[in-house]
Design a binder for this molecule. Structure first.
Ligand SMILES: *[C@@H]1O[C@H](CO)[C@@H](O)[C@H](O)[C@H]1NC(C)=O
Ligand SMILES: *[C@@H]1O[C@H](CO)[C@@H](O)[C@H](O)[C@H]1NC(C)=O
Ligand SMILES: [Cu+2]
Length: 211
C-alpha cells in the first residue's frame, strides 16, 4: 500500500510537471504482452484517474462485465473493441485511456478474444478497485468456469458504468506535442492528455502502479 501511494505520488508529480495539471493519476495495464493476460490484473484508481491499457500483444479486448458474470458484457458497459499489434507484433502499439468516474465499487472487465480459445475462460480478466485480492481470485475462478468455446461479440463502446473513454485504442504518436490518436474523429478536449503524452519509458512493464 505504501509502495502504491509512493508510485502514485511520483506519477502525479510527473504528469503535473508535463502538462501543468494536478489531481489526476495515470495507471497502466499491459494487455496481452505476457501471454493472454492483463498485467497487472488489478489496479487501484481514484476519482477521475485514467487507466491506460497498452495493447502490446496480439489482438485482445477490454470489455466491462460484472462480478456475477465475468465473461458476459455488462449492460451499458464499456468496451475497447479488439486492438493489438497483430499476430507477428509488427504494428504500432495501440493504447486506450479509460477515465474512472465512480470509485464507490469495483469495475470488472474481460477479454473477448477467442483464438485459440475464449480468453476470458482462460483467465484473461481484470479489475479496477476490487474489494480484495480474495474477491478478485474468486472472480478469476468464475471466469475459468466459462466454456472455452464461448464467443462474445464486442465492439467499441466508449461509455461504461463508472468509466468512460473518448476515443478507441490507437497508437500514440512518437512526437510528444499535441497529437491525438489517429482514429479520433472529433475535437475532443484533451482531458486524457497525460496518458497520451506519457514518455515511452512509462510503457515498460517495470513501473506500473499495482497492488
Ligand atoms: C457508483 O457505484 C456504486 C456501486 O458500484 C453504485 O451503487 C452507485 O450508484 C454509483 N454511483 C453513480 C453516481 O453512478
Ligand atoms: C474541429 O475544429 C475545427 C477547427 O478547429 C472545426 O472547423 C471543426 O468543425 C471541428 N470539428 C468538430 C467535430 O468539432
Ligand atoms: Cu485476450
Amino acid at each position: 500500500m505504501v509502495k502504491m501511494v509512493d508510485s502514485a505520488l511520483f506519477l502525479l508529480f510527473l504528469t503535473g510537471w508535463i502538462i501543468g495539471v494536478r489531481g489526476q493519476f495515470n495507471v497502466q495495464v499491459q494487455v496481452g504482452v505476457e501471454g493472454s493476460f492483463y498485467t497487472p490484473g488489478t489496479v487501484s484508481a481514484g476519482m477521475n484517474d485514467v487507466v491506460t491499457f497498452v495493447f502490446g500483444g496480439d489482438f485482445h479486448d477490454v470489455t466491462q462485465s460484472s462480478f456475477e458474470n465475468p465473461c458476459v458484457p455488462l449492460p451499458g458497459g464499456f468496451s475497447s473493441g479488439f486492438a493489438g499489434r497483430g499476430a507477428d507484433f509488427s504494428n504500432p502499439t495501440p493504447v486506450w485511456n479509460l477515465q474512472i468516474t465512480n470509485v464507490s465499487g469495483p469495475l470488472w472487465f474481460f477479454c473477448a478474444a477467442t483464438e485459440p480459445t475464449f480468453h476470458c475462460a482462460s483467465g484473461m480478466v481484470g479489475a479496477i478497485n476490487p474489494p480484495s485480492q480474495e474477491v478478485y481470485s474468486s472472480f478469476v475462478a468464475a471466469a475459468k468456469n466459462t466454456s472455452p468455446t464461448a464467443t462474445v461479440a464486442v465492439s467499441y463502446v466508449p461509455n461504461g458504468v463508472g468509466a468512460f473513454a473518448t476515443s478507441s485504442p490507437a497508437p500514440v504518436s512518437s512526437s510528444v506535442a499535441t497529437t491525438s490518436p489517429a482514429s479520433s474523429a472529433s475535437n475532443e478536449s484533451h482531458i486524457l492528455g497525460p496518458a497520451e503524452k506519457q514518455p515511452s519509458q512509462n510503457f515498460t512493464p517495470s513501473h506500473p502502479v499495482q497492488r
